[in-house]
Unconditional design. Structure first.
Length: 258
C-alpha cells in the first residue's frame, strides 16, 4: 500500500496546531507520518511536542525558516511517504474516513499522480462545501476548483516538477499547480478538509491574487481571459466584504440547495 505523509507547518499558533493534530489522530487509517515544521519564535509548540505524549508517526523540526514555501519544502524533503499532503495548522481533516478514501483512490488507479477533493470553508459568513474536478483550461481562474488542503501528491511529482517557489510569499501552491497541470489527476466528490478562515490566503487575498496572476503568465503567457476574470474576482471580493454581498450570497446558496 501507498505510504501517506501529512506535512503541517506552523508559526506561534499552538491551539491551531493542536486542532489539526486531533483531526489527524482521529483517522480510521492513520498516516505513516505526520511531520510538523515549526518555525515559531516562541517555545510553546516545541515544548508541547517534546513534553506531551505524541503518536509514533508524529515527527517534527523546530527551527526558523525563510517563509511558507521554505517550510513546505522542508516537509517534502523530510517525508518518506509515497503520497504527500500539506495540511496547515488550523486546517482539519473533514472526518475520520479521509485517509481511507484517499488511499483507496490511489490504490484503484496506480497511474494517478495527484488528487483533490471538496473543502468546507467559510464564505460570505456561512460554511459551505466547495470544489469541482480540476480543468487545466480554467487555470487562469486561479485555485478556484483545487484547494491546497485537499491535495494529495505523489512524491515523485516533486522530483520531476520541482518544489515550492521560495520567492513567493502566498501563491506558491498555485504556482506548483501550474507546473503539475499535465500530471494525471482525479477528483474525490467528498469533503477532505475544513479550512481555517484565519489563514494567510484569506487575510492576504489581494496580494495572493497578484502573485497567482504573475505565476500564470510565467508559465502560460498573457491572457485576456485571466485579466477579465481577475477584475471580476476583485469586484466579488469587495462585494463579499459588505452586508449586502453576504446576504446575496446566502440567498444564492439557499437557492442552489432548493
Amino acid at each position: 500500500m501507498n505510504r501517506i505523509s501529512i506535512i503541517t507547518i506552523c508559526f506561534n499558533n499552538l491551539e491551531e496546531l493542536q486542532k489539526t493534530c486531533v483531526s489527524v489522530d482521529a483517522q480510521l487509517m492513520q498516516p505513516d507520518e505526520h511531520i510538523i515544521i515549526d518555525g515559531s519564535t516562541k517555545p510553546d509548540i516545541k515544548s508541547w511536542l517534546e513534553n506531551d505524549p505524541q503518536p509514533t508517526y508524529r515527527k517534527w523540526i523546530s527551527e526558523r525558516d525563510k517563509g511558507i514555501a521554505d517550510a513546505f519544502n522542508k516537509g517534502v524533503k523530510k517525508a518518506t511517504g509515497d503520497i504527500l499532503s500539506h495540511l496547515n495548522s488550523g486546517d482539519e481533516l473533514y472526518d475520520e474516513t479521509v485517509l481511507q478514501r484517499v488511499s483507496g483512490t490511489f490504490e484503484k488507479d496506480t497511474s494517478l499522480m495527484w488528487i483533490n477533493g471538496q473543502l468546507k470553508l467559510l464564505r460570505g459568513g456561512i460554511w459551505v462545501i466547495a470544489g469541482v474536478p480540476f480543468e487545466k483550461k480554467k487555470l487562469y481562474r486561479g485555485m478556484r476548483s483545487v484547494f491546497h488542503p485537499t491535495m494529495y501528491v505523489r512524491k515523485e511529482v516533486f522530483d520531476r516538477r520541482g518544489m515550492f517557489d521560495v520567492e513567493l510569499k502566498s501563491a506558491m501552491d498555485y504556482d506548483f499547480l501550474c507546473r503539475i497541470a499535465d500530471e494525471k489527476n482525479a477528483f474525490l466528490n467528498y469533503p477532505l478538509a475544513i479550512f481555517d478562515p484565519t489563514g494567510i490566503s484569506n487575510t492576504g487575498w489581494m496580494f495572493s491574487r497578484k502573485e497567482a496572476d504573475a505565476s500564470y503568465r510565467k508559465y502560460y503567457g498573457p491572457s485576456i481571459k485571466q485579466t477579465v476574470w481577475t477584475m471580476r474576482m476583485i469586484l466579488l471580493h469587495k462585494l463579499m466584504k459588505n452586508p449586502l454581498g453576504k446576504l446575496l450570497y446566502r440567498i444564492k446558496v439557499k437557492l442552489s440547495k432548493a
